[in-house]
Design a protein around this ligand. Structure first.
Ligand SMILES: [Fe+2]
Ligand SMILES: [Fe+2]
Length: 250
């Protein structure tokens, strides 16, 4: 029976699949780290800047963890196919702040700070859910269990921080723009999540030699998930509530 757990076991058991999986993960984390480092430089708010810096340091740490997991197996990070590059595909759709904007020296406007936080609110929701999935899938794996739990706890903190900061900005009168930013980013993200999921599954299917019916079943699952997100699931990505853990990145 095909389950998320058996899928991740199969990935772990195969060097090339594991190499692709860890390379995609490390690439996303490093990119997140770089973005937060740049945003730290461009943030003029002295209260927010250290939190963005902490966010960036956490993502860099996650990138190193996935790279080290590869090294433990005697493997190196590999270049990932462009269609599996979640961060790049989001940027191509105009979601979040562009590379050009982040490499410029001009401080961020208030609206750009909202864009950054809304982008993080949506993508950290995804990261938090995916890490919980990995924690469950690798709970019995002595090599991965501790690392997955640590990253998962960090992603939950990042999500809590985004909720809190966006609620602060809403209370300061930015509610309509916060709402607009969250909704437009969530719409693009769920589409990108589907496309990247399909691309990653196609690569894994090739590497692991999955039969056609298994590939079709997984693709159908991703399309169904997309439909659910479009119709209903997007709400969980745009809602704001004060987290139980306050000042998670303070
Ligand atoms: Fe991360
Ligand atoms: Fe994160």
């Amino acid at each position: 029976m095909l389950s998320t757990r058996s899928l991740f076991q199969e990935i772990y058991a195969d060097d090339r699949a594991y190499q692709l999986f860890c390379s995609v993960a490390a690439g996303g984390e490093d990119q997140g780290g770089w973005e937060n480092e740049r945003i730290t430089e461009l943030t003029t708010d002295p209260v927010l800047a250290p939190k963005v810096a902490r966010h960036g340091a956490d993502e860099r740490k996650h990138g190193r963890i996935f790279t080290q997991l590869l090294h433990k197996r005697g493997l190196e990070k590999v270049a990932i196919p462009p269609a599996t590059d979640y961060c790049m595909l989001l940027e191509r759709q105009g979601i979040g702040l562009s590379h050009d904007r982040l490499t410029s020296g001009t401080p961020l406007t208030e609206r750009e700070v909202i864009t950054y936080l809304a982008h993080s609110r949506v993508t950290e929701q995804r990261a938090s859910e995916q890490m919980r999935q990995l924690v469950k899938a690798y709970a019995d794996n002595p090599e991965l269990d501790k690392a997955m739990r640590m990253i998962s706890a960090d992603e939950d903190n990042h999500l809590a921080y985004c909720h809190e900061e966006l609620l602060r900005l809403t209370a300061e009168g930015h509610g309509p723009y916060v709402r607009h930013a969250l909704e437009s980013i969530a719409r693009g993200e769920i589409r990108t999540h589907r496309d990247v999921g399909l691309a990653v599954m196609a690569e894994l299917g090739r590497v692991l030699g999955w039969p056609r019916h298994q590939r079709l079943l997984l693709a159908a699952g991703l399309h169904a998930l997309y439909l659910y997100d479009r119709l209903w699931g997007w709400r969980r990505m745009v809602s704001l509530r004060m987290p139980a853990k306050r000042n998670a990145l303070g």
